[in-house]
Design a protein around this ligand. Structure first.
Ligand SMILES: [Zn+2]
Length: 171
């Protein structure tokens, strides 16, 4: 349904590629579980560059606003995000594992078919898992009460990305 945007990541970097676009939130299907509604859109900019050590990098900037469901009260939570991620392109799983031990660097495997929209969805999901609740004490308390069992089940399933988020917190 949504138009996928696919690049050859190394070619993109070597050609100093740059691509900007606007995506309706509606098209980011992997985000739908987090959303209160599908209003809004985001703007992204992807650019490729080689750093002073001759390493290929992608720089991804994402800006936008979306209406999340608060993970505590399930009411609307308007969330504005302004993300910037630098990704080192590596050539092998071994290299990727080495990089993973270093919290300060994010890396992905270089590929001839990098799904840019998928990458954007991933980056947003990682950022959401630590910020998708109203601030303490400001939740909508007028919602019907759920019984205790279902509430604790809810909060358990609300953190599928908590582990991944811990990797990102140091950035
Ligand atoms: Zn809330």
């Amino acid at each position: 349904m949504s138009a996928r945007f696919v690049i050859n990541s190394l070619d993109f970097v070597n050609g100093s590629g740059r691509h900007c676009d606007t995506i309706p939130i509606l098209e980011l299907v992997r985000l739908h579980d987090w959303l209160f509604d599908d209003q809004g859109s985001l703007i992204y900019e992807l650019s490729g560059y080689v750093d002073k050590n001759d390493k290929p990098h992608l720089l991804l900037k994402i800006n936008g606003t979306m209406n999340l469901s608060c993970q505590r009260c399930l009411d609307k939570l308007t969330h504005t995000f302004d993300l910037q991620t630098i990704l080192l392109l590596v050539n092998s799983e071994e290299e990727l594992n080495l990089i993973d031990e270093d919290d300060s660097v994010d890396a992905i495997l270089s590929t001839s078919e990098l799904d840019v929209i998928g990458l954007i969805e991933e980056e947003i999901i990682l950022s959401l898992s630590i910020s998708s609740r109203h601030p303490e004490g400001t939740c909508n308390s007028n919602l019907p009460r759920t019984n205790k069992t279902s509430f604790s089940e809810q909060s358990k399933s609300a953190h599928p990305f908590a582990v991944l988020a811990n990797f990102k917190k140091t950035n």
